[in-house]
Design a protein around this ligand. Structure first.
Ligand SMILES: Nc1ncnc2c1ncn2[C@@H]1O[C@H](COP(=O)(O)OP(=O)(O)O)[C@@H](O)[C@H]1O
Ligand SMILES: [Mg+2]
Length: 302
């Protein structure tokens, strides 16, 4: 659905996107995660043919950026960071304008379908200016879907919303995923990316890593197992550390924290070694490393 190769955008003094090479599969919810100023919006604008890349290549929905821009713009849906609405026009009229712009086939039917789906049908005659932020965002989502794009770009869709509004929008993204649409979701919200996305690309001008959220947490950085001991025993850290698959072992009070890649496979051997060295193990658990730790580590290093 999306394929880029060394896609680059240089503004006068800013290298906003640096040789981005990426593939997003059909039906995937791809999280594009990065701090403010990382170049997420710039990337979306290039992938939706709103601005041209400085160099590199991108194929979107089978069309090439820079060569088939009209096809791209027609075939994708985009929810921008600050979607503008005509505040003094009704919700319905706002959508009608857009539907005619996009030559939507059955505008009345499509508008009704999405206003109903997003719970705005009863408010269709109200001016958009009277809507709450959450309702405006839902109206903007409806607008981005009128022409039934299979690929949808959502740029920080929940950033300006309160928790309730954010929840509604997230639930709706889940719904879109169930319909098999491909979603490119820009966010700086880790929790959101973790919950909604099949894969996450951590991005800060460059693509730092791409993986499934769970694998980002575990594979890349190891999992942490905690052994609760009857009493602190300094020698046990060395015992664990001596095992070839242990990345790190540290004693904190009477807890031994062991980092390793595959606890399911190696915990029994660690336990044998510890018991052999005289440990009295009361309890074994796993510390779930948050995606936030991983993310902060990556972004800081970049
Ligand atoms: N039109 C522009 N002209 C010059 N610099 C820009 C322009 N648009 C974005 N930038 C710069 O490019 C960088 C990335 O911006 P942006 O893509 O908006 O990041 P994000 O969406 O991740 O917050 C920022 O340093 C920003 O100031
Ligand atoms: Mg942005």
């Amino acid at each position: 659905m999306i394929q880029t190769e060394n896609l680059t955008k240089q503004f006068k003094t800013t290298l906003a996107v640096d040789r981005l090479t990426l593939q997003v599969q059909e039906g995937e919810v791809f999280g594009f995660l990065g701090p403010n100023g990382a170049g997420k919006t710039t990337t979306v604008r290039m992938l939706t043919s709103l601005i041209g890349p400085t160099s590199g290549k991108a194929i979107v929905n089978g069309f090439e950026v820079g060569k088939q821009d009209t096809d791209i713009r027609r075939s994708v849906g985009i929810l921008t960071e600050t979607p503008g609405m005509y505040d003094n026009l009704s919700a319905q009229f706002n959508l009608e304008i857009y539907a005619s712009l996009y030559e939507v086939k059955d505008p009345k039917g499509q508008i009704e379908k999405y206003l109903r789906m997003l719970g705005l049908w009863d408010r269709r005659n109200d001016e958009a200016g009277t809507f709450s932020k959450g309702m405006k965002q839902k109206l903007a989502i409806a607008r981005s879907l009128l022409h039934e794009p299979r690929l949808l770009f959502l740029d920080e869709p929940t950033a300006a919303l309160d928790p309730e509004g954010a929840r509604l929008v997230r639930d709706f993204i889940e719904e879109l995923r169930k319909q098999g649409r491909t979603i490119f979701l820009c966010t700086h919200n880790l929790d959101e990316a973790d919950r909604l996305c099949d894969r996450i690309g951590v991005f800060k001008s460059r693509l730092l890593v791409v993986d499934a959220p769970a694998r980002l947490r575990s594979q890349l950085f190891g999992r942490k197992v905690v052994f609760h001991l009857h009493a602190p025993a300094p020698g046990l850290a060395q015992t664990a550390q001596a095992l070839p698959f242990v990345q790190e072992a540290r004693l904190v009070d009477n807890k031994l924290l062991v980092t390793l890649e595959d606890p399911d496979l190696h915990n029994p051997e660690i336990i044998r070694a510890l018991v052999g060295a005289g440990a009295e193990i009361q309890f074994v658990g796993e510390l779930r490393r948050s995606l936030e730790d991983v993310y902060l580590q990556l972004v800081k290093a970049a």
